[in-house]
Design a protein around this ligand. Structure first.
Ligand SMILES: [Zn+2]
Ligand SMILES: [Zn+2]
Length: 625
């Protein structure tokens, strides 16, 4: 899955899934081809099962090799991984399902930023160049700002915590100087959730809050109390953070911050005043400063890898998918953000990719032996999942077979850490038959201890299909401490368990292939996915389903949840939210900020662009389900 806030939420929620999408089969269409003898059939499947564990191990080991650079967008490693998968699909005998007769669907994306010239800070005659004292933040806009400076404490406005660094000060058209983190950072009794950081500590939250108070720029400095001497971090060319915050933003050293403070005042004394009294000590400074930022957006071409086995009835399709991309060298979604090393993603999601490929190999071998499936079986290795379901979003816009023909989608994301025989299956509420079908498939001595959830939305690629009203199943063996860290390595995979999951997935596909089209239903939202992913609810709930492909100019909705506050307010798919209770909405971060800063029960005015005009809607915010 994907990042913090927008990315964050995706990140926290992301990559949770297991998957299993299944298709449904049509009643009686084409008569079966000449059935091979029972012996041949048994041999083929037995051979597949015998070899399975070794094949899966080899694929996971290859995909999670550090030489493939964590399969990050824009890396040579991801390109090589894509080529490896395409070569195997060709070897199995799949039909190319990508652009112009190839196995690839190409997508151009922004992957991050590089710092350019000019850049720096001028404060009271001192010049701080890009380097140890000044680093633009990845979400900064470009330009130069000369403005008076206001010290705005931690830069936090937190109604729920009765704390506002902006109370009683005017930062309109000014440059704010704020501390990183939040009051009582190391204090387990702090009202800011003890010593756990709240979203108020995130730089993105501080920047949007400054902008919403009218500031034109924000300078962030590490508080000397707990972070003295920590080096500044460069924005990364391979990270997220390219959606701008709408103002100039940079991190500066304590030395540079000190240059802006009046004689006799130290940054440490300002921080101590806030900490000791537990209330803001914001103050307008006498002098102006000049900030200049130049960032260049880096672009890359990324690729879905798609191959398929034509069915006996080519009007009916099942999709089996797994994302093969991961976090590259880290970036915003990394849970080890200070380690610029390959995040190899063996469980997330070399495991699901290997399982998907094993199903592709089996289907192709069976077709070759005269046992073509009834449905077209489309196998997708998605890219850009960690960036926000980019590859699967592209696929449903330009599918190999028409979206209307897709009867079910099976997704696998993080299926390599089977413990206590426990497998999670999400999406069982997205088709009338799924609960029974999944239970019936899980019989016998080989049965898992299944945990199911009904929802078809979740932090992985099946969401892209469910948005298009395709019933989905998603398989997942659970979160673990190595999630989104460089330590998610191939040697920690339970290969026997992974083979077990692959056999189960293949049985689900067989079952889907043998039944009529599953009846799509609107699944009940449940919070189990969020709990599994470790993402906690925070702030208010509206029930919108954003389209993460649109990254600026507002938040495009691909739909709204049934019975949600959004639906009651009249919001609908296709709307672009541009304003939320006075907060300007340019991208998903702004939107997350707005939702978090308002309380359940509050009535808010939401402005959307619909069919070329602005429409105002009133919504009463709910509580997260
Ligand atoms: Zn994942
Ligand atoms: Zn992930």
């Amino acid at each position: 899955m994907n990042r913090s806030n927008a990315r964050g939420w995706i990140a926290a929620a992301g990559c949770l899934g297991l998957m299993a999408v299944l298709g449904a089969a049509a009643p009686n269409t084409a008569p079966p081809k000449a059935a091979p003898t029972k012996t041949a059939r048994t041999d083929l499947d037995q051979k597949w099962k015998q070899d399975l564990q070794g094949v899966l191990r080899e694929d996971v080991r290859r995909l999670a090799d550090p030489a493939w650079e964590g399969r990050g967008p824009g890396t040579k490693g991801q390109e090589l991984a894509g080529q490896y998968l395409a070569d195997h699909m060709r070897g199995f005998g799949l039909t190319p399902g990508g652009d112009e007769g190839t196995f690839f669907q190409t997508i151009e994306v922004t992957t991050g930023v590089e710092v350019g010239e000019p850049g720096g800070l001028d404060a009271r005659g001192q010049r701080f160049k890009v380097g140890d004292d000044f680093q633009p933040i990845g979400f900064s806009t470009n330009g130069t700002l000369r403005a008076p400076v206001v010290f705005a404490g931690y830069g936090i406005t937190a109604v729920a915590f009765d704390y506002d660094d902006y109370a009683g000060i005017d930062v309109h058209d000014k440059l704010v100087l704020v501390l990183t983190n939040e009051p009582g950072e190391m204090d387990s009794t702090s009202r800011f959730d003890g010593n756990v950081n709240t979203p108020h500590a995130e730089l993105r939250t501080k920047a949007i809050n400054a902008r919403e108070h009218g500031a034109l720029g924000i300078l962030v400095v590490n508080g000397p109390r707990h972070h003295a001497g920590e080096p500044l971090r460069k924005p990364r060319a391979d990270g997220a953070g390219y959606m701008t915050s709408g103002l100039l933003a940079a991190q500066i050293s304590e030395k540079a911050a000190q240059a802006m403070l009046p004689a006799g005042t130290t940054l440490a004394s300002l921080q101590d005043a806030i900490e000791s009294q537990g209330r803001p000590h914001s103050v307008a400074l006498k002098d102006s400063a000049v900030v200049t930022v130049t960032l260049k957006r880096t672009k890359a071409v990324i690729r879905n890898v798609v191959g398929w086995v034509p069915g006996r009835d080519t009007t009916r399709t099942l999709v089996v998918g797994a994302h093969y991309d991961h976090l590259g060298f880290g970036g915003e979604s990394s849970l080890a953000p200070n380690e610029h090393v390959p995040h190899v993603g063996a469980d997330d999601n070399a495991s699901g990719t290997a399982a998907m490929m094993s199903l592709a190999a089996r289907a192709a071998a069976r077709a070759k032996a005269g046992r073509s499936p009834l449905h077209n079986l489309v196998f997708c290795a998605f890219t850009g999942e960690e960036m926000g379901l980019v590859g699967s979003g592209h696929f449903v816009d330009q599918p190999t077979r028409p979206v209307e023909s897709i009867e079910a989608m099976l997704n696998m994301d993080m299926v390599g850490r089977l413990r206590d025989n426990r497998l999670m299956v999400m999406g069982v509420g997205t088709a009338a038959e799924f609960a029974d079908m999944v239970a019936a498939t899980n019989r016998g001595s080989d049965a898992f201890d299944l945990k199911t959830s009904s929802d078809g939305y979740g932090p992985s690629d099946h969401s892209s299909f469910y948005k298009r009203k395709v019933p989905v199943l998603m398989l997942f063996t659970g979160a673990h401490v190595d999630y989104h860290k460089p330590s998610d390595t191939w040697d920690k995979i339970n290969y026997e368990g992974l083979a077990h999951v692959a056999r189960f997935a293949s049985a689900l596909v067989d079952s889907l292939d043998a039944r009529p089209r599953p009846a799509y239903i609107v699944a009940k939202a449940d919070s189990s996915v969020g709990r599994i992913a470790g993402g906690g609810g925070y702030g208010s709930y509206l029930g919108t389903i954003p389209d993460y492909m649109k990254t600026e100019g507002g938040v495009l909705l691909s739909g709204v949840r049934d019975g949600s506050p959004a639906q009651k307010a009249g919001l609908r798919g296709g709307d672009v939210i541009v304003k939320f209770d006075g907060v300007r909405i340019d991208n998903i971060y702004d939107y997350t900020f707005a939702l978090r800063s308002r309380k359940p029960g509050q009535e808010v005015r939401i402005t959307v662009q619909r069919a070329g005009s602005d429409v105002d809607l009133m919504a009463v915010l709910g509580r997260r389900p």
